[in-house]
Write a protein that binds this ligand. Structure first.
Ligand SMILES: O=P(O)(O)OC[C@H]1O[C@H](O[C@H]2O[C@H](CO)[C@@H](O)[C@H](O)[C@H]2O)[C@H](O)[C@@H](O)[C@@H]1O
Length: 275
């Protein structure tokens, strides 16, 4: 078994990042990480100050990206003013290149199955469940009616088995998606190939795969430093926090944490930094 590396100190993580900024990257989950959790997914925007920090960071390091289960078109809308921020939607089944959404060729043939699934969900699940149809991914939300959790999970498992889909559990949601080899871990593995430092901020079960990808790379490459930041909440167990190097108390705390990183770079921050 590999020896776990010594715990990171925040100042060390920051200075190691500043000293290799051209080979450093910052990756962020969206909901619950840099955006608040709300009952209506369509009403969610990044927390105050998040966009300004991401813009500044994108001028300081090699890569800044959002890695989300949201559709890429939604992310394009929320991050429209930040061309330096890369967007990965639907767990990496979608990316944005030169402003255009590109969908994974492996996932595309599943569109009719997913369409049928969304229709079945709307018809068969109780009214308190919000069915979010994202074309290649169907999210079944029970935040408005937490007592429906078991019913939703049972229904989702049955459909996943029947149709050969993947299930991803999250904060009062079950996501069903095609069985293609994409998740937050595979995105991070790929996106960090040319980096020596990578930070990942996440709050939910699907983000554990990104943390694992950082750890896996550290084991293979001792020169690589992965920095896992968990955003705390009382809906996900503490496993994510136990696997993290650092914890932010809430999405609202993330901009202040980024200020410590940005402030360690020499010179005034570039970009429309609001302070
Ligand atoms: O990978 P993410 O960007 O974190 O997406 C995961 C899910 O996030 C959204 O749902 C979560 O946020 C909603 C809005 O605050 C909240 O109502 C819901 O309970 C949370 O699970 C999104 O709506 C889902 O489609 C994503 O799967």
């Amino acid at each position: 078994m590999a020896t776990p590396r010594a715990p990171l100190r925040f100042v060390e993580a920051v200075s190691a990042t500043v000293s290799e900024s051209t080979k450093s990257g910052f990756f962020f989950d969206y909901d619950g990480t840099i955006a608040p959790i709300m009952r209506d997914p369509a009403a969610v925007f990044p927390v105050a100050g998040a966009l300004a920090r991401l813009e500044v960071l994108s001028n300081l390091v090699s890569r800044v990206a959002i890695v989300s289960a949201r559709p890429a078109a939604f992310l394009c809308d929320r991050f429209s003013g930040l061309p330096g921020v890369h967007l990965f939607g639907l767990y990496g089944m979608q990316t944005v290149v030169d402003g255009e959404v590109r969908t994974d060729a492996d996932a595309q043939p599943w569109a009719p199955v997913m369409r049928g699934l969304a229709a079945d969900a709307a018809r068969e699940l109780p009214g308190g469940v919000l069915v979010e149809d994202k074309a290649l991914l169907v999210s079944l939300h029970y935040r408005a009616a937490p007592s429906l959790r078991t019913a939703v999970e049972r229904w989702a498992s049955g459909k996943a088995a029947e149709l050969g889909l993947r299930e991803q559990y999250g904060r009062m949601v079950v996501d069903l998606r095609p069985p293609v080899e994409r998740d937050k871990g595979t995105i991070i593995e790929h996106e960090t190939e040319s980096l020596t430092r990578a930070w990942y901020f996440g709050d939910d079960l699907s983000d554990a795969r990104a943390f694992d990808a950082l750890r896996g790379r550290e084991r293979r490459d001792p020169a690589f430093m992965g920095v896992a930041v968990a955003v705390a909440n009382d809906e996900v167990g503490d496993e994510l926090i136990r696997g993290a190097d650092f914890t932010a108390g809430s999405p609202e705390d993330v901009p202040a944490m980024l200020d410590h990183v940005i402030g360690a770079f020499p010179g005034p921050p570039a970009g429309s930094y609001a302070g």
